[in-house]
Design a protein around this ligand. Sequence first.
Ligand SMILES: Nc1ncnc2c1ncn2[C@@H]1O[C@H](COP(=O)(O)OP(=O)(O)OP(=O)(O)O)[C@@H](O)[C@H]1O
Ligand SMILES: [Mg+2]
Length: 487
Amino acid sequence: MMELSRLDLNDLAGQRILVAGDFMLDEYIWGQVERISPEAPVVVVNVHQETRVLGGAGNVVNNLVGLGARVTVVGLVGQDNAGALLTGELQRLGVDMAGLVVDPGRQTTRKTRVIGGNQQVVRIDRESRQPAPATFATALQERLETCLAGQDALILSDYGKGVLTGDVLHTLITAGRQRGLPIVVDPKGRDFRRYRQATVITPNRKEAAEAVGYPLAKREEVLRAGRELCLALDTEAVLITLGSEGMALIPRHGPPQEIPAQAREVFDVSGAGDTVVAVLTLALARWHDLLAAARLANLAAGIVVGKVGTAPILRSELAAALHTQAAPGPAKIISLAELLLLAPRLQAQGKRLVFTNGCFDLLHWGHIKFLEESKRLGDILIVALDADDSVRQVKGPCRPVIRQSQRAAMLAALEAVDYVTIFASEQLPDILQALKPDVLTKGSNYPAAEVKGRDVVESRGGRVVLIPITDPVSITGLIQQICQNGD
Ligand SMILES: Nc1ncnc2c1ncn2[C@@H]1O[C@H](COP(=O)(O)OP(=O)(O)OP(=O)(O)O)[C@@H](O)[C@H]1O
Ligand SMILES: [Mg+2]
């Protein structure tokens, strides 16, 4: 097996993964409980915030995006408000929706949780569990070539809502095998024969027990069930996840491997299975080492169960866990994809996001004062740092003086800065559109009218604040001074 500590997670970025399955919209309505209703013995929740994230197969997508993968989806949504919100969120994350079919006769799967104070009061489910209509299988056939072109692996995320019918599974598994792609299945239901000839299936203990027809209480039973499923389904391996006991990898050839869970504080185990599938698939597609992929997936799942609510794994977190023994603090330098996943979660916690962008070449006192002032306008300060190429375009071939990795590290070392992401200037409007910051700051030496992205921020309900620059420092001037003094 490859040594985990030698894996470079940057190698996972840019891989292309097709995710087919049951996409859902997870809605949260947050509020305060102040009284009991006069109408019925229930609490009245005063709503102050509503948030939405992708659920089901969509949470697998979140995990893939957090690791820098490029995702194409195959699924079904209704022609309803929830469907529009779901596709809007996929679009925000930059997902290719080539295989997403709209079925006007279907209700988009939507789970709405009402949280009063700090507890869930009620969950409202709206969904259809009807098998997808035959027209879906036909539409998929038509789009199959487009959807599969250039993919590195396939994930079939079955939540039992009817999208992955026998026909659809057969089409996808056959096409995936013809192209030699790894096919990873997160199964549901009693009859696993539908997943025959996938590469790996990842049932949890209960799902595996239902499939084999006996309980998986003892270690021997887990291993036996794994072997039986492997043979019956003609898969390369079965990965049975065992909650707090970790996982068991049972390959068709060779001895089974038991992987203990990471001992840590557990907040929320829901969604850990989605993290397992996403990490396992990316690692398998890249390194072709099943055991290393399973161990990495186990490490990632151990991190997400320590987060509040269903949260995807981020590349920076997994990298920190790989390379340090101690529990790492949150990394400050993160990719744009990670930031897109984090921002709505922070805003759901009531945090106000302040955003600023710039080159920050030759960091000086003026920068630090500006960043501290910016941070005071909200709770979380995000700095988008111009990449070296962007700086060259704007300021000329001799700049930046300091390269981007070092500029980012210096910003991250400042207390006022919460996150740094490196970007290309022309991405600015798209980033602001997707991040929806509450405040965008610039130095007052920029004429108000010239603040790039002002329209985008204001149209989304945010504001632009010009921070007074009382004592301007010119970097070009500084450089000239250094040159004169040096010679
Ligand atoms: N209490 C825990 N402590 C440590 N790790 C855990 C714990 N629960 C789950 N995990 C990790 O998450 C992985 C998947 O968990 P589990 O077996 O509960 O999957 P699942 O039931 O499919 O989850 P999901 O709720 O997402 O469907 C485990 O293999 C393990 O790595
Ligand atoms: Mg699961």
